[in-house]
Design a protein around this ligand. Structure first.
Ligand code: PLP
Length: 404
């Protein structure tokens, strides 16, 4: 038989969070070695359980989840999503404006496939959450990366964005709070971004999956509140705030200037019906998760486990000579920098592979987030304090050898 080749459509798709380095880690594990995997923001893997109340309600209703649902999702889940945003000040939305998906990931791909023609451009932050870049590429579009400025706490650079808009630009992706940097964007910057989008008729794609994981009194401003004169698609789900990544449940809310977008929205509905519906048992969790007491607050306020781990990880990491890191105000990652004068790195992926080989510690290189230098890395601060201390000790000893 001839060789079975992958589609040419995948040639421009670069998705390294799962890639050769992870393959090596899996091989180590297959050989019986223990690997500290601090490469993926997977709360459940580190003992961040969802509240019992959610589990109980899902189990209670499970029998009713045997058939397909409406292709846009269960009414109760969609209504809860609408109410969540109404409480934040978004008007003129109802259940028809919500599509439930198997995680934000599925909806990102759907949003791009439904929109893009060959070589249409989408503005994406650098560093990015790489699925956005991959989804644009696989849909035939061209990802165009805009700068987020480390010296400005990783806020997006408005001048850089303006300079990259062309006649083919269709939309702008805004990941706020941000993965990998943990930045929470100021209201001024967000208003600036919306003004640019409205001026150039760009769709705002707001990935706000970390919007309730906020440290140090940071405030999140939803783009669905700020965007009036252009279309805004907001993406969020159960994976992070509600610690249910394995349920694969997320939503997309359509707001802003919907009247001119009927064709696109019909396309999205068609794509939603092509996969019949999202996972119904997982949608049973949405109403309980979104309403009532928000258990995430126990983890992020002073005395909370996630906050304490961020502080410890940042302290231990930045105590290593030549390591700096902008303090993340959200999410579950530190995106740190190794001073090139102390650690001149030619290939950051090889650096990560070597760290894995020597210390059995897995982190992610900055270039996997489409960030064009070799000195940045992302580490997850979800492990408990003992594990984090051990992980940073391993990194420190690797870096000590690298310096010498
Ligand atoms: N968007 C961002 C910014 C993320 O960091 C992630 C996961 O890490 C996702 C989307 C994927 O979310 P989901 O689990 O809902 O597919």
């Amino acid at each position: 038989m001839n060789k079975v080749l992958q589609s040419d459509k995948l040639h421009n798709v670069n998705y390294e969070i799962r890639g050769p380095v992870l393959d090596y880690a899996n091989q180590l594990e297959a050989d019986g070695q223990q690997v500290m995997k601090l490469n993926i923001g997977n709360p459940g893997a580190f003992g961040f359980d969802a509240p019992d109340e959610i589990m109980r309600d899902v189990i209670h209703n499970l029998r009713s989840a045997q058939g397909y649902s409406h292709s846009k999702g269960l009414f109760s889940a969609r209504k809860s999503v609408v109410q969540r945003y109404q409480l934040q000040g978004v008007d003129s939305i109802d259940v028809d404006d919500v599509i439930m998906g198997n995680g934000v990931s599925e909806l990102i791909v759907m949003a791009m496939q439904g929109l893009l023609n060959l070589n249409d451009e989408i503005l994406i932050p650098a560093p990015d959450y790489p699925l956005w870049t991959a989804a644009v590429a696989i849909s035939g579009g061209s990802p165009v990366h805009y700068k987020c400025d480390e010296d400005q706490g990783w806020q997006p650079c408005l001048a850089d964005i303006e300079s990259k808009i062309t006649a083919r630009t269709r939309g702008i992706v805004i990941i706020n709070p941000n993965n990998p940097t943990g930045a929470v964007y100021s209201e001024d910057i967000l208003r600036g971004l919306v003004a640019i989008a409205e001026k150039h008729n760009l769709i705002v794609f707001a990935d706000e999956i970390y919007d309730r994981i906020l440290f140090d009194g940071s405030v999140h401003h939803p783009l669905s509140v700020l965007t009036k004169n252009t279309l805004c698609l907001t993406f969020n789900g159960l994976s992070k705030t509600y610690r249910l990544a394995g349920f694969r449940s997320g939503w997309m809310l359509v707001s802003g200037a919907k009247a001119n977008a009927t064709s696109y929205l019909e396309g999205l509905e068609m794509l939603a019906s092509m996969r019949l519906c999202a996972n119904v048992p997982a949608m049973l969790a949405v109403q309980t998760a979104l309403g009532g007491r928000q258990s995430i607050n126990d983890l992020i306020l002073p005395g909370g486990r996630l906050l304490a781990q961020r502080d410890l990880c940042l302290e231990l990491l930045t105590a290593i000579p030549g390591v700096s890191c902008v303090k993340p105000k959200s999410a579950m990652y530190l995106f740190f920098k190794l001073d090139p004068a102390v650690y001149p790195i030619e290939n950051d992926e090889m650096f990560v592979l070597e760290l894995l080989k020597q210390q059995h510690l897995l982190i992610v290189q900055g270039s996997a987030f489409n960030y064009q230098d070799t000195q940045h890395f992302r580490i997850v601060f979800l492990p408990d304090k003992n594990q984090l201390t051990e992980a940073i000790a391993r990194l420190a000893s690797f870096l000590l050898a690298y310096r010498q």
